[in-house]
Design a protein around this ligand. Structure first.
Ligand code: ATP
Length: 355
């Protein structure tokens, strides 16, 4: 087992596209590390470079003390699981699992032992004699994961392995992958564009944008203090409200008079934007203490919560998360107030967190 160090990784494709732009990542031994970002941000290219399936233009990749740059994929002792299962259609589950071990020339008894162990871990005992066309999508993906497990690699790389599964199965598999990783303690790098998946799986998350790392942090850190306006707009559903603010009389004032508590150390003479989570705001009766006049634009009842879209003097489409018991109709005049806490504040020009 070992951690993975990615240093100044750069990948320029022959057509000139820079997919990965001097990326540094320090992934701990035994860590479940998630790379999250929108389509095209360079997640897959980074992962493929770690696996050795793509040659980087420059930069180094280490696993433990081993420099991987010039090693073939098979020499890296890393197992990769893709979005598509890539099972051999003519082989039964048992032989799909045994395939990489036989290719390594392991003795038959050990092959059997490892296959049985992986089948037990992925709950495949009853499916060992079936071919892929008689397995469901979820079962095929479990076989693909088990096939990565049998090799007992130094690290697992997962590229959106759950994308083809339906929502319920995805949630189940997510739990299984999390348990499995904890049980094995093997370093895992998991790529997804799904923030829910990233938040629920990752010990830490790297948020990528246009080939660069915007932030690395625990799920709580990236949720509470996004490092840039990009991260603030990417994490959370709905994401943070980005409100233009001014510092006046020791408070942060948004247009329309909404008042927020400023974080310490705010710079003067810069244009600022506060990132306010929908749950940090409240819709109230009009005229309630501390509330500014506002109007309901729309309400989305989601069962356990309602997302209100609210206009108030100068700010349009502010999103507020409320319990389902607080009911206001469209167009209703209401109050809007900050429920507390200090929002992160960004510089409008640099788009970076300033306090
Ligand atoms: P997705 O979530 O859609 O898979 P990604 O974040 O994994 O996206 P990459 O597949 O790493 O992104 O692609 C990063 C950038 O590199 C994109 O702009 C993509 O179009 C480009 N790219 C990927 N492969 C090649 C290639 N072989 N030649 C040229 N450009 C490429």
């Amino acid at each position: 087992m070992a951690g993975i160090e990615v240093s100044a990784l750069h990948k320029r494709y022959p057509d000139g596209t820079v997919a990965v732009d001097r990326v540094d990542l320090s992934i701990g031994d035994g860590e479940l590390f998630v790379m999250l970002g929108p389509s095209g941000c360079g997640k897959t290219t980074t992962l493929r470079a770690i696996a050795g399936l793509e040659r980087q233009t420059s930069g180094d990749i280490h696993i433990g003390d081993t420099l991987l740059n010039d090693l073939e994929p098979a020499e890296r002792d890393i197992a990769m699981v893709f979005q598509f299962y890539a099972l051999y259609p003519h082989l039964r589950t048992r032989d799909n699992l045994a395939f990489p071990l036989r290719a390594e020339g392991l003795p038959a008894a050990e092959v059997r032992e490892r296959v049985d162990e992986a089948a037990r871990m992925m709950k495949l005992e009853k499916l060992l004699d079936r071919r892929p066309n008689r397995l469901s999508g979820g079962e095929q993906q479990r076989v693909a994961l088990a096939r990565a497990l049998v090799r007992r690699p130094r690290a697992f790389l997962m590229d959106e392995p759950l994308t083809n599964l339906d929502a319920e199965l995805r949630a189940d598999m997510r739990t299984e992958i999390k348990h499995l990783q904890a049980e094995l303690g093997t370093t895992m790098v998991y790529v997804t564009h799904d923030q829910v998946e990233a938040m629920s799986l990752g010990h830490r998350i790297a948020i990528l944008n246009q080939g660069r790392v915007e932030q690395v942090g625990t799920p709580l850190e990236v949720y509470q203090r996004p490092a840039s306006l990009f991260c603030a707009g990417f994490i959370g559903s709905p994401p943070m409200n980005l409100l233009e603010v001014e510092v006046a009389d020791g408070a942060l004032r948004a247009p329309g008079g909404l008042t927020l508590t400023p974080p310490p150390g705010l710079p003067r003479d810069r244009q600022l934007v506060a990132g306010v989570r929908p749950e940090a705001l409240e819709v109230t009766q009009p005229g309630a203490e501390g509330a500014v006049p506002a109007r309901i634009v729309s309400a989305e009842a989601l069962g356990d919560e309602i997302i209100y879209v609210v206009d108030h003097g100068g700010e349009r489409d502010v999103r507020v998360r409320m319990p389902p018991t607080v009911r206001f109709g469209e167009d209703a005049p209401v109050g809007l107030r900050h429920a507390g806490g200090t929002p992160p504040v960004y510089d409008t020009t640099t788009e970076e967190l300033v306090a």
